[in-house]
Design a protein around this ligand. Structure first.
Ligand code: PMP
Length: 360
């Protein structure tokens, strides 16, 4: 038996057909590719945190329900009392958990372009995935097409990232509510970028029983800890909880996030600087010839370049020591697009300077 025969007999065809989610090696670069918060903590807060880590009982399994962390997350995110939450090892794990719980041959719908994991995990699990194109000029939902597809496909689950990645915009609220009302199954509003906008669907959780809101602490500045959660109707959350592995949130993540969220002011200050930098970057980018920044409510900006120039610009920036995300390989609406994460003011200045050279 050859290795290929072995692989064909033990790996499902839909997985063999996938390409792995690649993350570029950022060593030595100004890293503006992954929507991370560039700020760390003041020394005195780090010292306080180390005391907590010092006392963590790593010889014991962590609290399987992470009850204390759940309480703090609910409070920090103003989740209604009636709603329940479920934690994941990053919101990526929650996407996997949601899709694992669906019936065989279930249909998953998401607009495109959007966060690639919805499709990746759906295909991995052999589900029927349908991407619905956003409007080409505005990256807004094509409501008519969404509603028509919902009617014809009767999807078990719909993912809407709010703000959307990689476009950065907030879809029309009214359109989203119509989708929630018409959907025969679950609608997941993925609010990964909630720290960078004042608009969200948390208050709608008690209005719609098929609505779930997913969040993460990654973009807030805790990406290394891997923690996401989903909030909503307790009956649904209780069912999903059965598919969760018992100790999915390790003890260091539990105590560190709990500690971090007792310093809300620090995060508010950091995200406020990033929001201001986003506005400053947008203005500066708007003045550049052949660069078209899309208005963003997240901590990144999508740039449209001149036709077929995205990859050249990406490589030129890389040669100048700056790593952003080249979306041209995704083709379609993204074939002339780059995505840059908002960094510290000096990183953003270096990016603009290098971009000017790249488009010369
Ligand atoms: N949702 C969206 C829209 C994202 O952009 C990302 C990460 N880029 C995630 C979810 C996953 O976040 P994490 O697994 O770090 O919580």
């Amino acid at each position: 038996m050859t290795e290929q025969d072995l692989i064909s007999s033990v790996i499902r065809p839909e997985i063999r057909a996938l390409t792995a989610y690649k993350v570029a090696d950022a060593t030595g670069y100004i890293k503006l590719d992954a929507m991370e918060n560039p700020y760390t903590w003041p020394e005195e807060i780090k010292v306080e945190w180390l005391k907590i880590v010092h006392d963590a009982e790593i010889n014991r399994y962590p609290d399987p329900e992470a009850r204390s962390l759940c309480r703090i997350l609910k409070e920090y995110n103003q989740i209604p009392d009636q709603s329940e939450i479920l934690l994941g090892n990053g919101s990526d794990e929650i996407i996997q958990l949601l899709l694992m719980a669906l019936p065989a041959n279930a249909t998953v719908i998401a607009p495109e372009p959007s966060f690639v994991m919805y499709k990746q995990v759906a295909l991995c699990l052999g589900l029927n995935y349908q991407g619905i194109p956003l409007k080409a000029d505005t990256f807004e939902l094509d409501l008519e097409l969404m509603l028509a597809t919902i009617n014809s496909q009767q999807p078990e689950i719909i993912f809407l990232a709010y703000p959307n990645n990689p476009t950065g915009n907030l879809f029309d609220r009214n359109a989203i509510e119509q989708i929630i009302q018409q959907a025969p199954g679950l609608v997941i509003i993925d609010e990964a970028y909630a720290p960078f906008t004042d608009s969200n669907f948390i208050q709608q959780l008690t209005k719609y029983k098929n609505l779930l809101v997913m969040r993460t602490v990654s973009k807030l500045g805790l990406a290394g800890l891997r923690l996401g959660f989903i909030a909503g109707n307790s009956l649904i959350i209780n069912q999903l909880n059965k598919a969760r592995l018992p100790y999915n949130i390790n003890i260091l993540t539990q105590c560190s996030v709990e500690f971090a969220l007792t310093h809300p002011q620090m995060f508010t200050e950091q995200t406020e600087i990033l929001r201001q930098e986003r506005a400053r970057m947008f203005l500066q980018l708007s003045t550049l010839k052949d660069i078209n920044p899309c208005p963003s409510s997240a901590n990144f900006i999508l740039l449209r370049t001149a036709k077929d120039q995205a990859t050249n610009i990406f490589h030129s920036l890389k040669e100048q020591g700056i790593l952003i995300k080249n979306l041209a390989p995704h083709k379609g609406l993204l074939s002339d697009c780059l995505r840059v994460t908002i960094g510290k003011p000096e990183e953003n200045n270096a990016f603009i300077k290098a971009l000017k050279i790249a488009i010369m």
